[in-house]
Design a protein around this ligand. Structure first.
Ligand code: NAP
Length: 309
């Protein structure tokens, strides 16, 4: 079993940044990633608020650069799914994956968050057949078609605007009559001739035969229900943290986020958490990379301290 100084679980912005800082500190570092590197940021059409790119940058491009930079200093990236994490009596951590076991002196959890489902009839049935959680991945399938975006936050509005590149009509369905998204995005979406808002409404079902043909919506003020014809539904109603593996291993808050101190230290010494997976007031690429850097430096200090004991 190969021994690492730092094992980073998750290869999004937080994980890649932790990898960069850990490998530059000459720590033997591996990132375990179950999908593609870059996490949610790699599924974002355009990132306009990451400093250093005044024109904005496509999410996949930014994440490819982070991946390249992290590997340049020696971070290994292995594509596998983590099954369990345990601490052995000698204090080291054992990580079981589909592709074998790993041992490490410290662990950085950077598993991020994933899209929250609508949990309505038809959603699972039509997943990949009109129901999507990623406009960047699936938007091009809706050339000249009509789509619905569910949600009123930054993701829903940003991705709704992106979808107008392909779709002839984009409905934004939001449960209140005020959007949560930042003003600049709201103004852009409201001025767009092909975006129509359906407010005070929730989706109660996804309808169709082989593919999505309509969404059933209920107006929360009038209780009126109706079907709106669409070819696709993009769900952007927020995120939930990917922390199932760590329940009972580190302290987690009531919403499922990992609790850390300002050094990214979790309730278990030697285990750090960074990025969207942790309890934090802001979840952005810029905060995730900062967390990753802090977590790596803390892991380095922890290893040094343990070695000197
Ligand atoms: P979010 O800000 O939590 O917004 C979720 C939206 O979905 C809210 O409008 C919420 O309605 C609605 N919603 C939640 N549960 C629902 C349900 N069961 N049924 C119907 N609607 C529901 O999530 P997000 O947009 O994914 O953004 C997550 C984080 O990433 C935020 O911090 C955001 O600022 C950040 N982000 C930033 C950018 C950017 O800066 N350009 C882009 C994308 C994401 P209510 O408003 O009524 O609660």
């Amino acid at each position: 079993m190969e021994m690492y100084d730092v094992i980073i679980i998750g290869g999004g912005p937080a994980g890649l940044s932790a990898g960069l800082y850990a490998s530059r500190a000459a720590l033997k570092t591996v990132i375990l990633e179950r999908g593609m590197p870059g996490g949610q940021a790699a599924t974002t059409d355009r990132i306009d608020n990451y400093p250093g790119f005044p024109e904005g940058i496509p999410g996949p491009d930014l994440m490819m650069k982070m991946d390249e930079q992290s590997r340049r200093f020696g971070t290994e990236i292995k594509f596998t799914e983590v099954l369990s994490v345990n601490q052995k009596p000698d204090g080291n951590f054992e990580i079981k994956t589909y592709d074998g076991d790993f041992t490490a002196r410290s662990v950085i959890i950077a598993t991020g968050a994933r899209s929250k489902p609508l949990e309505v009839p038809g959603e699972n049935e039509f997943m990949g057949r009109g129901v999507s959680y990623c406009a960047t991945c699936d938007g091009a399938f809706f050339q000249g078609k009509t789509v619905a975006v569910v949600g009123g936050g930054d993701s829903a509005i940003q991705e709704g605007i992106f979808l107008t590149k392909f779709a002839e009509k984009v409905y934004v369905i939001h449960r209140r009559n005020e959007l949560r998204a930042t003003k600049v995005l709201q103004e852009k979406a409201m001025a767009h001739p092909r975006i129509e808002f359906i407010l005070d409404s929730v989706v109660t079902g996804v309808l169709g035969k082989d593919h999505v043909e309509a969404v059933k919506i209920r107006n929360l003020r009038t209780n009126e229900e109706k079907a709106v014809a669409v070819d696709g539904v993009f769900v952007y109603i927020g995120k939930e943290p990917s922390t199932e593996l760590f329940r009972g291993f580190v302290e987690i808050d009531e919403r499922g986020y990992i609790i850390t101190d300002e050094k990214m230290q979790t309730s278990r010494r030697g285990v750090f958490a960074a990025g969207d997976v942790r309890q934090t007031p802001l979840r952005q690429v810029v905060t995730a990379v900062a967390d990753g850097a802090v977590a790596a430096v803390s892991a380095e200090q922890y290893i040094e301290h343990e070695s000197s004991e």
